[in-house]
Design a protein around this ligand. Structure first.
Ligand SMILES: [Ca+2]
Ligand SMILES: [Ca+2]
Ligand SMILES: [Ca+2]
Ligand SMILES: [Ca+2]
Length: 395
């Protein structure tokens, strides 16, 4: 290479000539090396002097020097042996981010005559970044009534490396309820979905804990994990239930107003308003029952409201509904049978059905004077009547 040392900056022709020379040098002096990222200080990169056609002995006298834009200190040349070596830590991710191509451009300059060489040092990716999830925990809320095959989106992981070192696959810990579905899209990201494979039941399990693992394609592979916390939300899928379907109650007639007949109790396995219960007389309940009894819708207490007369009616059948407060309520049923017990509240009644008066003084013994009929509205012993006459009379 010939180069005139004479400088005449005022001459445009010379400038043009210099420029053309520089371009020609750039084209002819291209040397390419590659080095993995994160190698230790002093790692050999290439025999740069030799590859550029320079003698070791001329490096110092010709002021051999290297310039690199922005990252001057990453690579260095030993002027004694003309070897390019790694001078400080090279982190591919810091240098080039997610870009597939990553290289350091060096400009090698020698004087007398001035020559400029261009050297590319490609920085190769190593798998030094595990897949990372943005959160430590992903929380999902799933209504228990969701059908099998329902899908719920998940957030994937990212990997700072490139190529296979950043290609992720995913797995979910084996479990009864959920599968993982991963679809690749054009943007080199994955679409992750949790798929319901068995219906969940809040009344059985309220919270499912899963572990999602992302595995990169490096050798050896690196992994990242995230916990999936799945809260099962309640659906109104349980009707209130009474302890028994029939309650048999015995109650004295004439029980005063407000007497407690029974305190009913129903329970509901759901949650929130889906388990809150209202107690009501069912549509089957007749008016005569409603006139005698009252039910407290909040606590299920049935009390006496009207007068209970055994002689009037001695058996009441009361159908009760327990309804939850859901907007789509479910109902449980029971029957309360109230049997009244008789009290001796009726005096015997006497009716003279026939009488023949006056009695003649010579009436023979055995003559029927009067036919008396006795009755008592009470029952059992209370209704049994005995008859007697005042003593010391001729009858
Ligand atoms: Ca990686
Ligand atoms: Ca890397
Ligand atoms: Ca439920
Ligand atoms: Ca319910």
């Amino acid at each position: 290479m010939v180069y005139s040392q004479r400088r005449s900056p005022g001459s445009p022709r010379l400038l043009l000539w210099l420029l053309l020379l520089a371009v020609w040098e750039a084209g002819s002096g291209q040397v390419h090396y590659s080095v993995p990222e994160e190698v230790k200080h002093g790692t050999f990169v290439g025999r740069i002097a030799q590859d550029l056609g320079l003698e070791q002995a001329e490096l110092v006298p010709r002021l051999f020097r290297v310039a690199s834009k922005g990252h001057r200190d990453l690579l260095e040349v030993n002027l004694q042996n003309g070897i390019l070596f790694v001078n400080s830590r090279i982190d591919r991710e810091e240098l080039c981010g997610r870009s597939l191509e990553c290289s350091i451009h060096l400009e090698v300059i020698v004087d007398r005559p001035l020559q400029v060489f261009h050297v590319e040092v490609e920085v190769k990716d190593i798998n030094d970044n595990p897949p990372r999830f943005f959160r430590q925990e992903q929380r999902l809320f799933i209504l228990e009534s969701r059908i099998v095959d329902s899908r719920f989106p998940l957030e994937g992981a990212s990997d700072m490396d490139v190529g296979a070192n950043a290609e992720l696959r995913y797995k979910l810990n084996p479990n009864e309820y959920f599968d993982l579905d991963v679809k690749a899209n054009e943007e080199e990201t994955n679409i992750l979905e949790l798929v319901l494979k068995k219906a969940v039941d809040r009344e059985e399990i309220q919270e499912h804990l899963l572990l999602l693992t992302a595995i990169d394609g490096g050798k050896p592979e690196l992994t990242g994990t995230v916990q999936l916390l799945i809260n099962v939300l309640d659906a109104n899928d349980n009707a209130p239930k009474f302890d028994k379907s029939v309650y048999n109650i015995r109650l004295l007639e004439n029980a005063p107003n407000g007497t407690l007949v029974i305190k009913l109790n129903a329970s509901d396995a759901d949650d929130g308003i889906n388990k809150e219960i209202v107690y009501l007389f069912s549509d089957l309940v007749l008016d005569n029952v409603k006139s005698k009894f009252i039910i407290d819708s909040n606590n299920g207490e049935i009390t006496v409201k009207g007068e209970l007369d055994y002689e009037d009616c001695n058996l009441y059948e009361i159908n009760i509904d327990a309804v939850d407060r859901s907007p789509f309520p479910l109902t449980g049923h029971c029957k309360v049978i109230v049997k009244l017990l008789d009290e001796n509240d009726n005096t015997p009644e006497m009716v003279i059905t026939s009488i023949s008066l006056p009695v003649q003084e010579d009436a023979p013994v055995g003559t029927v004077i009067a036919l008396i009929s006795l009755s008592d509205r009470d029952s059992g012993l209370n209704g049994q009547v005995t008859c007697s006459l005042t003593p010391h009379v001729p009858f």
